[in-house]
Write a protein that binds this ligand. Structure first.
Ligand SMILES: O=C(O)CCC(=O)C(=O)O
Ligand SMILES: [Fe+2]
Length: 309
């Protein structure tokens, strides 16, 4: 395991925990190369950092320009890293549940001068639930951010305030800080998640944090945002995987294990969903997927004959 009790306690108490070098170079290197394929037009190094007089509200949407969602038009490496067995195990341990679902996976490329990435302190629950973050750990979410490039304070590191520090800064726990005075108070407690490439930050939709600007000349920050929830938690959502028909799902499906695919809602081998009919139809839909474990668990012989609907 790449995590321990201390990480779990830190996440539960502070809202955040960081594990430097969670992914080895052999694991994140191919994903970095996939980023370079997916983002071929790195802006030229003519950074223009916005000054205090520039209108940040007009500039703000630009920070979200370079985002792609799973599945990715690149190799199996980037398509599988959101479902890395250690991420799944960590999410289960943090939520204290046996089954988790992946509900968010996107890339994000930020470049010095391309946008103003500075954000106000906020919590992310507004576009992950129609209510508010749950009290119980099992009803919460695990929101991972990991990095494919080294991140320093000058590379737009995530700034955050732990839950105890939010209470110190604002006099009570909070999920929003709408006043400038509150933002200022939070800034006095902010920490920087400056970490090397391959490192992992775990937080949730109830944590106070903000994006920060890239100020190093010609710099880039490549990250992935990956969210898990307990299986069956219908209160939480972000992507609808099924909506993505026509996108390269075979890059995930053909390379993933049954445990990884279960995180996307695909029933495991032996599940009653798998009948002779559903097995053969699914195999016809994804011909390159090795479904032998699914067939044998159901006692069905795989054939190349077109199935009846
Ligand atoms: O990319 C980051 O460092 C944080 C961005 C963020 O918090 C957000 O867009 O909600
Ligand atoms: Fe956020």
């Amino acid at each position: 395991m790449r995590f321990n009790e201390q990480h779990i306690n830190e996440w539960r108490n502070d809202g955040f925990t960081t594990i430097p070098n969670f992914f080895s170079e052999a694991e994140y290197g191919p994903v970095l190369r996939d980023f370079e394929t997916m983002y071929p037009n790195v802006p030229s190094a003519t950074p223009r950092i916005l000054g205090p007089s520039d209108d940040r509200s007009i500039n703000a949407p630009k920070q979200f320009a370079n985002i792609h969602n799973l599945p990715y038009n690149a190799s199996a490496a980037i398509n599988l890293i959101s479902l890395h067995p250690q991420l799944i195990a960590f999410a289960k341990a943090l939520l204290g549940v046996d089954e988790v679902h992946l509900y968010q996976s996107h890339t994000w490329a930020k470049y010095t001068g391309e946008a103003d990435y500075d954000q106000a302190f906020h919590c992310d629950f507004g576009n992950h639930t129609l209510t508010v973050p749950a009290d119980e750990p099992a009803g919460r979410t695990v929101d991972f951010i990991f990095y494919l490039t080294d991140v320093t304070d000058a590379h737009g590191s995530l700034r955050y305030v732990t839950k105890p520090d939010v209470a110190r800064a604002l006099g009570r726990p909070a999920l929003a800080a709408p006043d400038e005075a509150q933002q200022k108070a939070l800034r006095t407690y902010e920490r920087s998640a400056a970490v090397p490439a391959g490192s992992l930050l775990a937080h949730g939709i109830d944590t106070m944090h903000r994006g920060s600007n890239l100020t190093a000349a010609g710099a880039r920050r490549f990250s992935m945002t990956v969210g898990f929830k307990a299986a069956g938690n219908d209160a939480i959502g972000f992507h609808v995987w099924q909506q993505a028909a026509g996108r390269p799902w075979e890059m995930v499906i053909n390379h993933a294990t049954p445990d990884q695919l279960a995180c996307l809602g695909i029933p495991r081998p032996g599940d009653p969903f798998w009948s002779a009919r559903t097995l053969k139809l699914t195999q016809a839909r994804w011909p390159e997927w090795d479904m032998s474990a699914y067939f044998s668990a159901a006692g069905v012989v795989a054939t190349t004959v077109e199935p009846d609907v």
